[in-house]
Design a protein around this ligand. Structure first.
Ligand code: N01
Length: 539
């Protein structure tokens, strides 16, 4: 079965790839391990899952008709609504016929003699195509840490990133949740309401702030709909790919609004506290110097700690919830609904693994150094092998038998997060070295798929059969990616985030996304194309 393009993954990137590549006249097939579209929003069905980017921003801009007809029920959408949106897109644009579900890719091999990619699957099929596009997502390979005795547990084991499709009934159950990143923090308040008892096993406390929980009012929705073109233009100019458009600024032009950056160090202690009282924890995220200056960061961290002591009634629990040793901005910012208040409930117990580490999982629960906890359900909210996991697990072999795992043994090396030297005609969507997870993903996806589509058409119209990033361009780009990350809170030595691969034992510690901002990045991609792809070898 030979296609022009095989796309791996039917999340938002895979869906837009079909739409776009088909329009360009290319024959495209998508292979998807799940039984439906949606990617991240298909797999992450845990209670409380929702997006922390406003729905109007976290939506596609390629179809004005889609923008007008789709209705977001909330300002920040929950997982079921985003999954509905993905399904609607697949139906609305007749994308389903191009997707083969329940098909996991097991190997991706470049055949130099034919200049073809052969893609093998667990359905024992092999698909071949000139181009292969890995639309496999940045947070799609769940990390389930190895913990002594975990296979002995006779209760139910769940992972937030692989939550069952059928409803899970936790009523009357004793539940232990391991992990307090974005997924854990979203799930914990919901699990606390459903379960009889909830034990939160926390290794690293988070800095989490309350999320916006407004329903989408009809008049606000109308203003958004009237201003989608403005919103899309503003997104293109913003480092994170978000317009920050407010309905109240409906008459604003497309020029990004410029305001003086607020610095926490410029305020007196009283002023800082007054603002914290007025605006809540979210205020501490609005000072520019908190992300660039260690002293400013410490000021904000200390205020944050004091506020946790205010919010959580039991002093020992409050102390346990205070992050130490790393500051705001090191890890992905987390947003929550009633997280701290959940620890005021009688049925919720915090286990601080820094003081009381897990020794083993037993048949009946979890034993820590100080206690045995009987459990019916263990929930792993332990994150993902981020950014590189789906690519290294796909068993990709390029030119001359080069394995991607070999090439990336010291960290991911790619050009613009789009192409990898040694792997001609293979493209990665939102790969390492691109803004990806630091950007509104839908904007990043549209930009990548457009670039890849234009590139394939350029090759075809110029009778070029292959494109491969040059190694020197790759090295130069990686150097730049590392350089711009220096001096940010992301790369402080005490910070151990998944951005750095630090959550996976043995993974090289490299800051993977591009922190230089979406507009600057897009310009570099556009320049690469406009130069006739001089950063690439064409053959
Ligand atoms: O994963 P995480 P996540 N023993 O890696 C702990 C996106 N997302 O799924 O920090 C005990 O952030 C780990 O502890 P530590 C978003 O980009 C977005 O929560 O390594 N604990 C940590 O507490 C996000 O950043 C949304 O010390 C262990 C937790 O597990 C990304 O996905 C919602 C452990 C993992 O946190 C990942 O978030 C959800 C062990 N052996 C996700 N191993 C929204 O849009 C790990 N942990 C809102």
């Amino acid at each position: 079965m030979q296609q022009d393009v095989i796309v791996v993954g039917a999340g938002f990137a895979g869906l837009y790839a079909i739409y776009r590549f088909r329009k360009l006249g290319l024959n495209v097939r998508v292979l998807e391990a799940g039984s439906d579209v949606g990617g991240t929003w298909y797999w992450n069905r845990y209670p409380g899952a929702r997006c922390d980017v406003p729905s109007v921003e976290y939506s596609f801009g390629f179809s004005p008709e889609l923008e007008q007809e789709w209705r977001w029920p909330e300002v920040f959408s929950a997982q079921p609504d985003i999954l509905n949106y993905a399904q609607h897109i697949a139906e609305r644009f007749d994308l389903y016929p191009h997707i083969q579900f329940n098909t996991r890719v097991t190997a991706v091999d470049y055949d130099e003699s034919q200049n073809l990619w052969h893609i093998s699957t667990d359905t024992q099929e092999t698909f071949s195509a000139q181009f292969c596009v890995m639309a496999t997502g940045c947070l799609s390979v769940p990390n389930k840490p190895e913990i002594n005795g975990q296979d002995d547990f006779t209760g139910q084991t769940l992972h937030t990133g692989l939550w069952p499709k059928d409803p899970v009934d936790l009523s009357g159950k004793r539940v232990g949740v391991i992990g307090t990143g974005s997924s854990g923090v979203q799930a914990i308040p919901e699990l606390a309401q459903q379960a009889d008892e909830l034990y939160v096993l926390q290794r690293s406390p988070v800095f989490t702030v309350p999320a916006n929980r407004k329903a989408m009012r009809a008049e606000v929705e109308q203003v958004f709909k009237e201003n989608y073109r403005v919103i899309r233009e503003l997104q293109q100019k913003n480092p994170g790919g978000v317009s920050n458009f407010r309905p109240s600024q409906a008459k604003a032009t497309t020029a990004p609004t410029k305001s003086e950056p607020r610095l926490i160090r410029n305020l007196s202690a009283d002023e800082r506290r007054a603002r914290l009282r007025q605006y809540g924890l979210n205020d501490l995220l609005t000072y520019r110097d908190v992300y660039t200056d260690i002293e400013a960061n410490n000021i904000a961290n200390n205020l944050f700690a004091d506020e946790i002591r205010n919010l959580v009634k039991d002093p020992e629990t409050a102390e346990g919830l205070i992050p130490r040793g790393y500051g705001i901005g090191c890890k992905r910012q987390v947003l929550d609904r009633d997280y701290y208040d959940t620890f005021n409930r009688d049925n919720v117990t915090l286990i601080d693994l820094r003081e009381d580490p897990i020794e083993t999982i037993t048949e009946t629960g979890i034993r820590t150094s100080k206690q045995s906890i009987d459990l019916d359900v263990i929930v792993y909210a332990t994150g993902f092998d981020a950014m590189t996991g789906a690519l290294t697990k796909a068993n990709i072999t390029g030119r001359g038998g080069l394995k991607l795992t070999e090439k990336w043994q010291y960290g991911p090396q790619a050009f613009l997060g789009l192409q990898i030297a040694g792997f001609p005609n293979l493209f990665t969507v939102t790969g390492p070295g691109s803004p990806s997870v630091l950007c509104n993903m839908l904007i990043a996806i549209e930009q990548h798929i457009d670039w890849i589509g234009d590139c394939m058409i350029y090759l075809r119209s110029n009778n070029i059969s292959g494109i491969e990033a040059r190694e020197e361009a790759e090295l130069e780009w990686i150097e730049h990616v590392n350089e711009v990350a220096q001096g940010t809170m992301y790369t402080t030595p005490s910070c151990n985030s998944w951005y750095l691969g630090a959550n996976i034992p043995g993974k090289p510690r490299i800051f993977m996304p591009y922190v230089g901002g979406y507009p600057r990045y897009k310009q570099r991609c556009d320049d690469a194309a406009a130069s006739g792809y001089r950063d690439f070898a064409l053959f």
